[in-house]
Design a protein around this ligand. Structure first.
Ligand code: MG
Ligand code: ZN
Length: 382
């Protein structure tokens, strides 16, 4: 009897000390702030449109077998289906993130039944005096960014209707393509002029020494319609856009961090998806590396600031992309695609910084909204 009791005690001690080890290395400085019950002041949500596990993997091997994502200790998986379709599109996917509600493909933050508006995370954040920003490599009126500040029953042919809604959105920083939809409109309005009157700075170019000290509202539309790729390839219609996404992420943070109430920033690597639709592996990889640099900016800020939650995920996978063969250094990767469209694969969620722990597990894409609300202390609903 005594022997078995001793054995039981020893087993329990061994069990609990093992368990503690699996909970995370004590030397991890972020461990304490990653607890789910801590409330960050700022949230940066980075969406790699069309970024599935293979897109991440290809970017990682090409980048010398490492990615900034590896800094995140909290990883989850989301189910991406839309309300009507197994295979989501970017508008239903972004509506889920932005509003916590499922809708039909093609709809921008509205109910599929009667087109009533679903209130967005940006709208809640604005109501609660947080600064907000949107930084993308598509037009700013494209499905993913639009779902965070606009409402419309269909995503196509909606550029002018959506840009018009931006003017009164209260969003403080807007960087992406689509200048034409603000400046040369069918209704004759010049929305850039209207934004200037509302206190926005509208620069012609954005460089690393662009001074944000006196700027509280910024709109930089760096191409008339869709921006070009990060890396130009033969036959492209648009010129290369260059490293605008990481630069814009940095400048957006520099502007938004001045708000003492905190901020919400959406950053989208919009074109990972387009590489997938084109079944173009090099396009995917170049866009992944661009997104990786932007992730670095966000994670570095979280380290430095200590009150920031960073979430990195995707709306869906595109291309049914797979790596079949290749060199260890990623210099050559033989790949296959199973579709020109999106696929149903679950999508990883990476979280970092204050409140990150709450993002582990397997859950629906709508939970991103509720978890972000919870991270902001749920007071956004008041
Ligand atoms: Mg998108
Ligand atoms: Zn797509």
């Amino acid at each position: 009897m005594k022997q078995s009791l001793t054995f039981l005690l020893v087993s329990l001690v061994v069990f609990f000390s093992c368990k503690e080890n699996t909970l995370g290395a004590p030397e991890d400085l972020n461990e304490s702030q990653e607890n789910s019950n801590s409330t960050p002041k700022n949230i940066i949500l980075l969406i790699g449109d069309g970024m599935g596990i293979s897109q991440i993997t290809a970017g990682m091997y090409r980048n010398g077998n490492k990615l900034e994502l590896e800094r995140c200790n909290t990883i989850g998986l989301i189910k991406t289906n839309s309300k009507k379709e197994l295979i989501t599109d970017s508008s239903a996917g972004a509506t889920a993130f932005a509003t916590g509600k499922k809708t039909r493909n093609g709809m921008i933050s509205q109910a599929m039944e009667d087109s009533t508006n679903y209130k967005t995370f940006v709208e809640y954040a604005e109501e609660n005096k947080k600064a907000t920003g949107i930084v993308v490599t598509s037009t700013v009126t494209h499905a993913t960014p639009a779902c965070f500040y606009a409402h419309y029953p269909r995503r196509y042919d909606a550029n002018e209707a959506i840009s018009e809604q931006f003017v009164n959105s209260g969003v403080d920083v807007l960087i992406g393509g689509g200048k034409k939809y603000f400046e040369t409109r069918k209704d004759g309005r010049n929305l850039l002029q209207e934004l200037t009157e509302k206190g926005y700075t509208i620069p012609d170019t954005l460089t690393s020494n662009f001074d944000t000290k006196e700027i509280f509202k910024l709109a930089y539309l760096y191409s008339p319609t869709q921006p070009g790729k990060r890396v130009f390839s033969e036959g492209d219609e648009a010129p290369s856009r260059g490293p605008i996404l990481p630069l814009a992420t940095q400048k957006a943070i520099d502007v938004l961090k001045k708000d003492t109430n905190g901020f919400f920033l959406l950053v989208e690597g919009s074109q990972i998806d387009w590489g997938g639709h084109n079944n173009d592996s090099e396009y995917i990889i170049n866009e992944m590396l661009d997104f990786n640099e932007s992730i670095k900016i966000a994670l570095d800020y979280a380290d430095q600031n200590g009150e920031t939650l960073v979430i990195i995920t995707a709306d869906h996978e595109t291309g049914g992309y797979a790596i079949i063969e290749g060199e260890l250094d990623g210099s050559s990767l033989t790949v296959g695609f199973s579709t020109k469209h999106h696929s149903a694969s679950m999508i990883p969620v990476f979280a970092y910084g204050k409140g990150a722990k709450n993002f582990s597990g397997i859950y629906d894409n709508t939970q991103i909204f509720y978890k972000m609300m919870e991270a902001f202390g749920n007071d956004l609903t008041k």
